[in-house]
Design a protein around this ligand. Structure first.
Ligand SMILES: NC(=O)C1=CN([C@@H]2O[C@H](COP(=O)(O)OP(=O)(O)OC[C@H]3O[C@@H](n4cnc5c(N)ncnc54)[C@H](O)[C@@H]3O)[C@@H](O)[C@H]2O)C=CC1
Ligand SMILES: CC(=O)C(=O)O
Length: 376
C-alpha cells in the first residue's frame, strides 16, 4: 500500500504521524511511504533520516495526500478537505462529535476514516492513552504556570511552603488524563481532589494514591463545592466518541476566586466547562471569564513533540501495519479494536456516539466497508 504522511498544519502542531522507525516497520512489510518534506523536523526527525529508513520525500502536500492511506496526527483542517475522495483511508485523531463540518466533508467525499481516539481494546483506548498521559501531565504544569501572577493568575504556588497553605487542585475525570494529572499535582505537593462517576475507578485511585488524594463521586453538588474552593480545575472526562458533558457550569466558574485557572483538556471532544466557548491555540492559549483564566488548547501534546511523536507512533504504527497488510476491511473484520476505530465509510457514519451527537443514521462498520470496497 502507498502511505502518505503530510506535514501537520494546525497551530503549533509539531508532531508527525510517523518516525523513521515506523517507516522501517511499514516498508519491511512491503509498503511504500511518502513523507512530506520537513514533516518531522519539529519532532527532531530530518528528511535524511526518513530517506535512510526507506521513505520518499515529497515537496508537495497534494502528492502525499494522493496516497491510498494518509496517516496524520490531528484532524484535517478545512484547507485539506479538497484532498478527500472516495476510498481514501484516513488514520488520525478526528474527534468528529465536536467537528460537524469535518464529519460532513468525510461522508460527502466517502472517505474511510479511522479515528485513533475510538480504537478500543476492552475498555481501553490504546491510541488515545499515550497522548492523554502527556496532556494529563502537562495540564498541571500549565495550570501551575498560569497561577503565577505575571501570567495573570492569583499568585499561588501549588505546593505551598512551610507556614503557607498548599494550592487546591480539582481534577474532574479519573481516567488516563486525570490519573496523570494527579501524579504531577500530588508530586508538587498540592491538595488534590479527583472526581469520577465510577466508584470502582475511585477505589482504584484510592489504592494507588492513598491519603495523598481526595476522591469524590461525580454529582453536581460535589463538583460545585470542589470547584468553588479550587485554585486549579482540570477537565478530564471522556465518554468515548461522544460530545463531552458540560459538568462545570458558568455559575460554578463565577464562584471561583479571581486569578484561578481552569484547564479543559477534554476540549477536543467539546469540553466539560460551560464557559469554555472556544478552542484556544498554543500561540494564544488563555482567555479570562468571570476573572478566571481558561486554557482550552486541543492539541496540548503538540508543544512537546519529541516525547509525543515517539509515544504516539509506538501505539499507532502496529495498527497501520495491519491496515496496510490486509486492507481496511479485512483488518477491521479481523481486529475488533480497529473496527471500533472506523468512524465513516462509503458516506455513512459508523460510530454510534458520533451518529447520535451529529444526527446521522448509524450504519454498522462492516456494512459500510463492504459498500466502500465495491467498484464504482
Ligand atoms: N486537549 C488535548 O490536547 C488532549 C485531550 N485529550 C482528551 O482528554 C479527555 C480525557 O481522556 P482520557 O483521560 O484518556 O479518557 P479516559 O476514558 O481514560 O477517562 C475518562 C474518565 O471520565 C470519567 N467520567 C465519565 N463521565 C463522568 C462524569 N459525568 N463525571 C466524572 N467523571 C466522568 C470516566 O469514568 C473515566 O474515568 C478526552 O476528551 C481526550 O480526548 C487527550 C489528550 C490530549
Ligand atoms: C488526543 C488529541 O487529540 C491530541 O493528542 O491532540
Amino acid at each position: 500500500m502507498l502511505i502518505g504522511i503530510p506535514k501537520e498544519i494546525k497551530n503549533n502542531e509539531n508532531r508527525v504521524a510517523i518516525t523513521p522507525a515506523g517507516v522501517v516497520s511499514l516498508s519491511n512489510n512491503g509498503h511504500r511511504i511518502k513523507v512530506e518534506k520537513d514533516a518531522g523536523l519539529a519532532s527532531g526527525f530530518t528528511n535524511e533520516e526518513y530517506r535512510f529508513a526507506g521513505a520518499e520525500i515529497e515537496e508537495r502536500a497534494e502528492d502525499v495526500w494522493a496516497s491510498e492511506m494518509v496517516m496524520k496526527v490531528k484532524e484535517p483542517l478545512a484547507s485539506e478537505y479538497r484532498y478527500f475522495r472516495p476510498g481514501l483511508i484516513l488514520f488520525a485523531y478526528l474527534h468528529l462529535a465536536a467537528e460537524p463540518a469535518l464529519a460532513k466533508a468525510l461522508t460527502e467525499s466517502e472517505v474511510t476514516a479511522i479515528a485513533y481516539e475510538t480504537v478500543e481494546v476492552g475498555r481501553a483506548l490504546p491510541l488515545l492513552t499515550p497522548m492523554s498521559e502527556v496532556a494529563g501531565r502537562m495540564s498541571v504544569q500549565i495550570g501551575a504556570q498560569f497561577l503565577e501572577k505575571p501570567y495573570g493568575g492569583k499568585g499561588i504556588l501549588l505546593g505551598g511552603v512551610p507556614g503557607a497553605k498548599r494550592g487546591k487542585v480539582t481534577i474532574i475525570g479519573g481516567g488516563v488524563v486525570g490519573t496523570n494529572a494527579a501524579k504531577i499535582a500530588v508530586g508538587l505537593g498540592a491538595d488534590v481532589t479527583i472526581v469520577d462517576l465510577s466508584a470502582d475507578r475511585l477505589r482504584q485511585l484510592d489504592d494507588i494514591f492513598g491519603s495523598r488524594l481526595n476522591t469524590l463521586m461525580s454529582n453536581p453538588m460535589n463538583i460545585a463545592e470542589a470547584v468553588a474552593e479550587s485554585d486549579l480545575v482540570i477537565g478530564a472526562v471522556l465518554i468515548p466518541g461522544a460530545k463531552a458533558p458540560k459538568l462545570v457550569t458558568e455559575r460554578m466558574i463565577e464562584s471561583m476566586k479571581p486569578g484561578s485557572v481552569v484547564v479543559d483538556v477534554a476540549i477536543d471532544q467539546g469540553g466539560i466547562i460551560e464557559t469554555v466557548d472556544r478552542i484556544t491555540t498554543h500561540d494564544d492559549p488563555t482567555f479570562v471569564k468571570h476573572g478566571v483564566l481558561h486554557y482550552a488548547v486541543a492539541n496540548m501534546p503538540g508543544a512537546v513533540p519529541r516525547t509525543s511523536t515517539i509515544a504516539l507512533t509506538n501505539a499507532t504504527v502496529p495498527y497501520a501495519v495491519q491496515i496496510a497488510n490486509k486492507g481496511v476491511r479485512q483488518a477491521a473484520l479481523s481486529n475488533p479494536a480497529l473496527a471500533m476505530g472506523v468512524n465513516t465509510a462509503a458516506g455513512r457514519v459508523t460510530y454510534k456516539a458520533v451518529a447520535a451527537d451529529l444526527g446521522y443514521d448509524h450504519v454498522a462498520f462492516d456494512e459500510a466497508l463492504a459498500l466502500a470496497a465495491r467498484p464504482a
